[in-house]
Design a protein around this ligand. Structure first.
Ligand SMILES: [Zn+2]
Length: 226
């Protein structure tokens, strides 16, 4: 799958999938239109309803007649036309429900080749999304579904927070990783992302909490204040 990252706003990424005419998470229309360079847009997929992921939908929908806009009906947004649910499929991608950052958050997983997963604000390089709507147990369940994907799977994040997340990681339990633009891989996140290591005794020791959800919650609350 050919993936074209489109930097938007200050640190967001939208993604253009030219083979299937899909854009994921268009926070604004102008950079998306520039990336399309005249190519037809068939559909938009939204990982969640936050404006920095769907802000460009109305303008794009006006521009491309019949555009379909896929997202979770749990948290609808202006322009949504087609409902997604956990376990569903859209254009060859599997929909994984990953509530926590928001209750309607979804990830899109392509299994062909090494695999690709578009995770929105659920997983970042060395980080994860804030718990705006869900709780720690819910987020751990969601992240564990992503962690269980094949290690070679390429991960496309909703924001570039790698620099700050590396600084945070180094303040808790240093790892060896250089911040780089997306994609990362699931294997790399398993090894270096503290938020995927809630059951690792070394991480639990570093935050002084029992292994499991409480370790995750302690990390999340430290990162919120970092
Ligand atoms: Zn968000």
């Amino acid at each position: 799958m050919h993936v074209v990252p489109i930097p938007c706003l200050t640190d967001n990424y939208a993604y253009w999938l030219p083979e299937i005419g899909v854009v994921i998470d268009p926070s604004e229309a102008a950079p998306v239109l520039a990336a399309l360079d005249g190519a037809p847009l068939r559909a938009i997929w939204a990982t969640h309803h936050h404006p920095d992921h769907v802000g460009g939908v109305p303008e794009l929908a006006e521009r491309f007649r019949g555009l379909r806009v896929f997202g979770s009906p749990i948290r609808p947004f202006p322009g949504l036309t087609d409902a997604l649910a956990d376990g569903g499929e859209v254009d060859g991608a599997r929909v994984i429900g990953v509530p926590g950052h928001t209750l309607g958050a979804v990830a899109f997983h392509f299994t062909a080749g090494d695999g690709e997963v578009f995770v929105g604000d659920t997983l970042f390089a060395m980080g994860c999304g804030r718990l705006f709507e869900g709780d720690a147990a819910m987020m751990v369940a969601s992240l564990s579904r992503l962690r269980d994907l094949p290690g070679t799977t390429q991960v496309w994040y909703g924001h570039d927070y790698a620099g700050k997340n590396l600084a945070f990681t180094d303040s808790v339990l240093p790892c060896v990783r250089t911040p780089a633009p997306p994609p990362g891989t699931i294997e790399e996140e398993r090894e270096t992302n503290l938020f995927l290591r809630w059951d690792d005794p070394k991480v639990a020791d570093a935050v002084g909490a029992p292994e499991g959800v409480q370790t995750f919650a302690a990390l999340r609350s430290k990162r919120d204040r970092f």
